[in-house]
Ligand binder design. Sequence first.
Ligand code: URA
Length: 238
Amino acid sequence: MDRLDKVLANLGYGTRKEVKAIVKSGAVKIDGLVVKDNSMKIDPDECKIEVEETVVEYKKNIYILMNKPEGVVCATFDNYQETVIDILEPKYQAFKPFPVGRLDKDTKGLLLITNDGELNHRLISPKNHVDKVYYAEIDKKVDMDDIRKFKMGIVLKDEYTCMPAELKIIESDENGARVEVTVQEGKFHQIKRMFNSLGKNVIYLERIKFGPLSLDDNLQEGEYRELYGEEIELLKNI
Ligand code: URA
């Protein structure tokens, strides 16, 4: 049970102060009756909420798929830089969402954003072996020996041994390579550090898959959409 003004504010009907004014004006009905008491406790899963004669579709959690652009940080707040949450419309920000794991400021691609802490925990735990697939461009040639090293577990410069990872070569010559890498963990700068430990540099990085989800071709950089019900189910079944 939550206070009526808190529920409406969480649903994006404005600040607590704005919501209080809406309630006081008599525009809100709970189970068909006008309610003017902001402090009334309601169970939003059980009751029918109407604002200005429109039935409110209540949901506790929000699940967003973003095509993260370059130059934006994966954080909920930053004093100086634009964050992935800043890009969202206020109606989504009202849910107080956060990014699932992190992509570097210069990395693009598939980013999940949610306020479902339990799901977040499950998705980022390496124990659950959720595949994350990256498309990368490398400044040097990549060969079969590198594939083998990724499979064995790359040892980073700080001596951490990565979980086995899959490296696929799309194209490689003396000028550099285009590859796809699948990892199941999400250490800080993981892909860049894996290649660095082989004396190579990542010059472009984009996440193209996260578990059962792929980057949506319809989403331009910086665009996002809510996940479909089936996609949420797939994630919850991981
Ligand atoms: N690995 C990296 O190095 N950077 C990212 O943003 C994601 C994985």
